[in-house]
Design a protein around this ligand. Structure first.
Ligand code: NAD
Ligand code: ZN
Ligand code: ZN
Length: 391
């Protein structure tokens, strides 16, 4: 089959690779019909995540048709079913899964020992997201093996097109969880750094959960326009406005009640230095430029407010304003999204017309065009918000 593979930093290529097959009884093999490119893939592309190897298949936002099932798959899935697949791989039975913390599954990272060295404990495995997080083949491919399919694959009825449900795999639940972690009360003002897919769904979800105002911050006018016109947010362009001053003014001096970081490592000055893929330079960069949005979120938040950090980080991020955080009684919550917990309720909201996830799709292309998709999404060219590949 064909798959989009990581080759080296800033280099992906569509290659011929062996077809996946059932390995464990609870596996399914899915023929992929749609597979998106995520901001998290950009961290892999740019070499910010360690333990990527040449030939690793990328992609963790995919859906398709079940073509093969292991004999231990529960929950009534059948060959021929259309399913959307959650990006964290989770067993459904461990202590974390039973608490609804699926991205912390204790049984899905075969390289847990390596992750423990890097992070103290191991989170769950993730499709197409480095050998630190399991080394699983991803879904930017014609076929994908889905472990624990009865927990991670949600059946979709035929009347809902891929475009409406694909983002249940990641960015919609992630944005929803980002807003949920803010414990929004009626009348709250929520600020969101990043107007990408995650920031957009954070804004939409913050309104659904009762926010009175949502303020989205980015530098791309076309992305800010989407946040205003489709999500109903107010916006700040950080290239022409001082964000902290503007937020103060917009909130009678108090600051937003909650601040969502939907940016992560995509620091706006970092990429140039990384072309050489010099690991030392990379480590230095990670500690200086990149936590810009997170730092601003902490410093802007009202006293006693909440920081919800869903933008992705690896390694150590320095210059965290701990003095501001501690003295002003802030709370910070974070995590890879526990997608499995949100898929069904969010599918209901899509069905009721409360959310139209297809609003973010700007580009649909063949799997063969994945390298071009990465290029325009990374460089935010052609007014790109979200690329969907059609294997
Ligand atoms: P994206 O690249 O499309 O969007 C990021 C946006 O942030 C861009 O529009 C960029 O211009 C903006 N930005 C950069 N620096 C900024 C700054 N200082 N202030 C304000 N905006 C700034 O990516 P995406 O797909 O929306 O993903 C966003 C982040 O969420 C990434 O870090 C991704 O890895 C992470 N993510 C996390 C989870 C999770 O489960 N926690 C899931 C999916 C994605
Ligand atoms: Zn993603
Ligand atoms: Zn588990």
């Amino acid at each position: 089959m064909k798959a989009n593979c990581w080759v080296a930093p800033d280099n992906v290529a569509v290659q011929d690779v062996p077809d996946p097959r059932i390995i464990n009884p609870r596996d399914a093999v899915v023929r992929v019909t749609s597979s998106a490119i995520c901001g998290s893939d950009l961290h892999l592309l740019q070499g910010y995540v360690p333990a990527m190897r040449k030939g690793d298949i990328l992609g963790h936002e995919f859906m398709g048709e079940i073509v093969e099932l292991g004999n231990g798959v529960r929950d009534g899935l059948r060959v021929g079913d259309r399913v959307v697949v959650a990006f964290p791989i989770a067993c459904g039975n461990c202590t974390s899964c039973e608490r609804g913390l699926h991205s912390l599954c204790e049984n899905s990272n075969p390289n847990a020992a390596v992750a423990e060295l890097a992070m103290g404990h191991s989170p769950a495995g993730i499709f197409g997201y480095s050998h630190l997080l399991g080394g699983y083949a991803g879904g930017q491919a014609q076929y994908a093996r889905v472990p624990y399919a009865d927990v991670g694959a949600l059946k979709i009825e035929d009347d809902l097109p891929d475009e409406k449900v694909l983002f249940l795999s990641d960015v919609l639940p992630t944005g929803y969880m980002a807003a949920e972690m803010c414990d929004i009360e009626r009348g709250d003002v929520v600020a969101v750094w990043g107007a990408g897919p995650v920031g957009y769904f954070s804004a939409v979800s913050a309104f659904l959960l009762g926010a009175e105002r949502v303020i989205v911050i980015d530098r791309f006018p076309y992305r800010l326009r989407l946040a205003r016109e489709r999500a109903g947010a107010e916006t700040i362009n950080y290239e022409d406005t001082d964000v902290m001053d503007a937020l103060r003014e917009m909130t009678a001096g108090r600051g937003p009640d909650a601040c969502i970081d939907a940016v992560g490592m995509e620091g706006h000055h970092a990429s140039a230095a990384l072309h050489a893929y010099d690991k030392t330079k990379q480590a230095v960069k990670a500690e200086t430029d990149r936590p810009h949005a997170l730092r601003e979120a902490v410093l802007s938040c009202r006293n006693g407010g909440t920081i919800s950090a869903v933008g992705a980080y690896t390694g150590f991020i320095d210059k965290f304003p701990m003095g501001s955080f501690m003295n002003r009684s802030l709370t910070m919550r974070s995590g890879q999204a526990h997608v499995q917990r949100y898929m069904r309720p969010l599918l209901d909201r899509i069905r009721k017309g409360e959310i139209d996830p297809s609003a973010i799709i700007t580009h649909t292309m063949r799997l063969d065009d994945a390298p071009r998709g990465y290029d325009i999404f990374k460089n935010k060219r052609e007014d790109c918000v979200k690329v969907v590949l059609k294997p």
